[in-house]
Design a protein around this ligand. Sequence first.
Ligand code: PHE
Length: 355
Amino acid sequence: MDIVAIQAELNALEADCLRELEAATDAAQLDAVERKYLGKQGSIKAMLSRLGQLPKEQRAELGKLLNQSSARAEAAAAAARDRVKKGALAAALEDKGFDVTLPGRLPAGVLRPGSLHPLTRVRRELEDLFTSMGYAVLDGPEVELEHYNFDDLNTPPDHPARESQDTFWTTTPGICLRSHTSPVQVRGMRWWRKQGFELPMRAIAPGRVFRNETVDASHEHTFHQLEGIVVGEGISIAHLLHSMKTLLRGVFGRELTVRLRPGFFPFVEPGFELDAQCLHCGGKGCAFCKHSGWVELLPCGLVHPHVIAAGGFDPGKHTGFAFGLGLSRLVCLRHGIDDVRHLLSGDVRVLGSFV
Ligand code: PHE
């Protein structure tokens, strides 16, 4: 075996090795090529054993050629590895199913993180707002005595709201599902007095209410209100207006122009509907405000003297204001929800949509 023949063999091996490295498309193929040519048993390395067959003076020369050859092949292998790695990454990025904006998949058995219902969030925001103004947050029963729901609220015995088409009655006479949060007005006043708290009494009462409604996109049999009541000496419409403007600033994050229109509720005198200049067109008139420039926001008024008396205060000395905010309506207004039925649908997608 002469050196020229060995050299030719070596060149051929190196060329094969480089070609195969070039052709490799994944790490496994690369491993195989490296093993075949460059591993301890690889064919390039194997040529070292052939050195012994050569005359001494040629051994050094071939040794050098062998080293150069394996160095080139190793460099080519490193480059090929790099290429394969980048290729795999690019392929992963180009995969049409890969969207970096998607939330990660939770491993099986891990619970989905929860989120608050939009109604809960609005209620909590309002509780924070009112407690910051010194209001107490009260609670009342959902199954209520007719007495608190109607009589104490100055509602005449023949008032249509008492009819079963409007109110859900239980099989026990005199007990209904509360049709509004207003029964907490009288319950609250009595409790306030019993506690001996100072006046003015300031309280809100958020909660669920029930009406025997035909359910459609804007009516539910179950919905949420937030009652507010302030009673003390010299409480006037000016206090009412100021509080309502503060409330609306907190809810909508800006100053709204409001107006009071007369409205009738047996437990307030005078009673009002508070309107705000349309949130969408600013009063110019649009489809949302039915081109009137105003949207109805909440009913309110000065607490009727009969109700003040039912609460245990002195109607000759004490006056107050009350309001009934429709929380369900507010949530729909704020999030542009066009159907109140979504709110209590129990569909978790509703929960996750308004975070
Ligand atoms: N309770 C009334 C309703 O649900 C709203 C209201 C509350 C009106 C307080 C005036 C004062 O319709």
